[in-house]
Design a binder for this molecule. Structure first.
Ligand SMILES: [Mg+2]
Length: 288
């Protein structure tokens, strides 16, 4: 397999979209900027032996996960995905079949999300490394940011916490529909996706907003997982958001539970308590 052959294989699987004037095959992708919209851009690294082991999952599942992680960031902003760009380092072991599977897995979740593969780069490497960049959009000024939480707001989280502490789930659903629902109905004052554990990600949201948080049990912890683990394990990919207390939120959205877990309070930014006891901002940190 030479590079041209690899690029042609990848290109065959790439889709098309009305606003994509030119996709793979040129020096740059050309996209028509949506009127009245702002663009969202996120990048995410997916590295062999750091984020995954090839023995533990199929190429398709790993491809799905690599793109789903980045789509989760678009969901957290209440955005609509448009295009994704994938740069990979290809080691000796990754042959045609495996790469086809990986791109098919990305294609599957990309298609569900309405995003098309529009470019990327490839070269040789010692390990498999994949850098996914996703481009999305929201109406101007409407993106769900981390800095809008105000004292008195209710704190919610979708789904269950700590699911991946039970054993690796490879595929998960990025909460794109929920993010858009929150944005369209102006329900959330702040939002992020829980990637590094609720304790650490809530802390980040609080610091950005200049507020504290008081959490109350019971928290929606996955069955068979200790609460302390569920709060710090990470890779939940659920949405954590705040909403004015007077807004009525449904108990679930598309079958995914929405649980009120606490209240935003004024005071020291980032200070958190759980049933009155201090809660430390602990979670996944690759540099620790
Ligand atoms: Mg995120």
């Amino acid at each position: 397999m030479n590079e041209l052959e690899l690029v042609n294989r990848i290109r065959r699987g790439a889709g098309s979209a009305a606003w994509l004037t030119r996709g793979i095959g040129d020096d740059c992708a050309v996209l028509r900027a949506p009127r009245g919209a702002e663009l969202l851009v996120t990048t995410d690294l997916f590295v062999e032996e750091r984020h995954f082991r090839r023995e533990t999952a199929s190429a398709r599942d790993l491809g799905y996960r690599a793109l789903a992680r980045a789509l989760s960031d678009i969901a957290a902003m209440g955005g609509t995905p448009m295009a994704y760009f994938v740069s990979i380092l290809v080691p000796e072991w990754a042959e045609k079949k495996w790469l086809d599977g990986f791109y098919r897995g990305m294609g599957a979740v990309g298609e569900q999300a309405g995003a098309v593969l529009a470019g990327g780069d490839t070269t040789r490497g010692e390990k498999f490394v994949c850098d996914v960049m996703v481009l999305g959009q929201t109406p101007k000024g409407r993106a769900l940011r981390r800095d809008g939480a105000r004292a008195g707001d209710a704190i919610y989280v979708s789904g269950e916490l700590g699911v991946e502490a039970r054993g690796k789930r490879v595929r998960f659903e990025p909460r794109l529909a929920l993010g858009r629902y929150l944005r369209e109905n102006r329900l959330a004052t702040a939002c992020l996706d829980v990637s590094d554990g609720l304790a650490l990600d809530l802390h980040r949201l609080c610091v950005e907003s200049g507020v504290g948080a008081e959490l109350r049990r019971p928290l929606p912890v996955a069955k068979g997982v200790e609460e302390a683990v569920a709060l710090t394990h990470g890779e939940d990919y659920e949405l954590l958001f705040t909403a004015p207390a007077r807004k009525m939120l449904p108990a679930s959205f598309n079958g995914v539970p929405l649980t009120r877990i606490g209240t935003v309070v004024s005071g020291k930014a980032g200070r958190m308590t759980l049933d009155g006891r201090p809660l430390a901002a602990k979670g996944w940190d690759p540099f620790r």
